[in-house]
Design a protein around this ligand. Structure first.
Ligand code: ADP
Ligand code: ASP
Ligand code: MG
Length: 409
């Protein structure tokens, strides 16, 4: 089999862990497989580099930020190849560029446009174990180094797996698979044997950082099966795949939280056609992804308040832009709140069940947790609450929907 194995930060956190991973890779090869390894930077390294950038500048340029952050993955790639060679196997370390990962030019959150993986395939055919730096790519025209957004090594792995037509894409991390909620917050969280792309996509985009959202989107589009498992054990993990009839029949399958959102409110906008379009066009042009949007119109119908959420990392940019646009439109004020958290419940079973939202709101109310904003789709319900209630809310919802008990299949 041809297997892609991705190892996240904690799996390569130090020299011992790198050696342990090298042994696991070699074992997979000894079992008769060809292996491509994608590595993240050592745990904490990317944060450390970001921190350094903000120590030298209040507003570091995104191009230079990418050059800086891509160095973290280079370090582990080279060390991993060396560790594999020390075990007597041929290995070659490649940067994103050398592996042919071509992206657009949106620095710090570039999208993969194509992968020209000839060099990877040739090296595999020559008997090498290929080790590729995750999280990074290169623009085609001017060869600018780009990164794929936080957690982006997952996307590198899935995209490479698809490009080289690998049989399997294994994502190795520090937990044993995908759980009903973050196992580091709720000890009763239950590991799922299988989850559909659709549910995994919702869970990832609503905050379960075990897989990066775009990696799931990519896997779903190109039908790359993913196995999420631990690099610290030999347990089987969770299979992420197409929805099938063996999957658990539950209404709610997971609870997530996301502390990385901030809310901006524009107060007293004159309520006329075109206002929202103008505001959100301006924000979209800056490549900022807006999540929830709520509009309230005053009782006399003259003014509107618009609130929306953006990733915390884009708050400065979005707030400055909103103030400019609000000024042009004659709004009264712009404020923001960043000590918020988004709590969500997810499940394909919600399509056919009513009353789930009421059950969620009631559970939160019973514990005195106030809901600021609500948004729903066919398969999820999200509420914005005060950040300080995050863990409590996750536990309460996990409990109310009995997620630690296995459902009948
Ligand atoms: P890596 O460095 O290997 O990429 P991450 O830290 O990005 O690992 O992702 C793994 C973490 O995701 C776990 O340690 C866990 O705290 C968190 N997590 C959040 N929600 C879930 C979930 N539903 N199932 C499993 N892990 C989750
Ligand atoms: N090192 C990058 C990050 O911390 C990418 C990754 O780990 O997937 O976000
Ligand atoms: Mg990750």
């Amino acid at each position: 089999m041809l297997i892609v194995q991705k190892y996240g930060g904690t799996s390569v956190a130090n020299v011992e862990r790198i050696k342990a991973v090298a042994e696991r890779v070699v074992k997979t090869v000894e079992e008769g497989n060809k292996v491509v390894v994608i590595v993240s930077a050592m745990a904490g390294e990317t944060d450390k580099l970001i921190n350094l950038a903000y120590q030298v500048s209040p507003n570091p340029s995104e191009r230079e930020m990418d050059l800086l952050l891509s160095s973290g993955e280079r370090v582990t790639t080279a060390l991993m190849a060396m560790a594999i060679e020390a075990l007597g196997y041929k290995a070659i370390a490649l940067t994103g560029r050398q592996a042919g990962i071509i992206t657009d030019s949106v620095h710090t959150k570039a999208k993969i446009e194509k992968i020209t993986a000839d060099r990877v395939i040739n090296a595999l055919n020559e008997g090498y174990i290929v080790v590729i730096a995750g999280f990074q790519g290169i623009t085609e025209d001017d060869l600018e180094v780009t990164t794929l957004g936080r957690g982006g090594s997952d996307l590198s792995a899935v995209a490479i797996a698809s490009a080289i037509k690998s049989d399997l894409c294994e994502i190795y991390t520090d937990v044993e698979g995908v759980y009903t909620t973050d196992p580091n917050i709720v000890s009763e969280a239950r590991k799922l044997d299988k989850i559909s792309y659709e549910e995994m996509l919702e869970m990832a985009s609503l905050g379960a950082k075990v897989l990066q959202t775009r990696s799931v989107e990519f896997a779903m589009k190109y039908e790359v099966p993913i196995i999420v498992r631990s690099s610290f054990s030999d347990k089987p993990g969770t299979l992420v795949t197409k929805e099938d009839k063996d999957m658990e029949k539950v209404v709610v399958s997971g609870v997530t939280y996301d502390k990385n959102q901030a809310k901006i409110t524009i107060i007293g906008l004159p309520d006329k056609p075109g206002i929202a379009a103008k505001l959100f066009n301006g924000i979209a042009k800056a490549n900022i992804v807006v999540d929830m949007i709520v509009q309230n119109v005053s009782s006399d119908g003259k003014y509107a308040d618009i609130s929306f959420t953006v990733p915390k990392t884009d708050l400065n940019k979005a707030f400055t832009l909103s103030k400019e646009i609000a000024n042009e439109l004659g709004a009264k004020d712009v404020i923001y709140k960043d000590d918020i958290s988004k709590i969500s419940i997810i499940g394909v079973g919600m399509r056919t069940h009513s009353g789930v939202a009421a059950q969620m709101f009631e559970a939160l109310a019973k514990h005195g947790i106030n809901i600021m904003t609500i948004s729903t789709s066919e398969i999820k319900i999200s509420c914005i609450i005060e950040a300080k209630y995050t863990e409590l809310a996750v536990r309460v919802l996990h409990d109310v929907f009995k997620l630690s008990e296995k459902a009948n299949v």
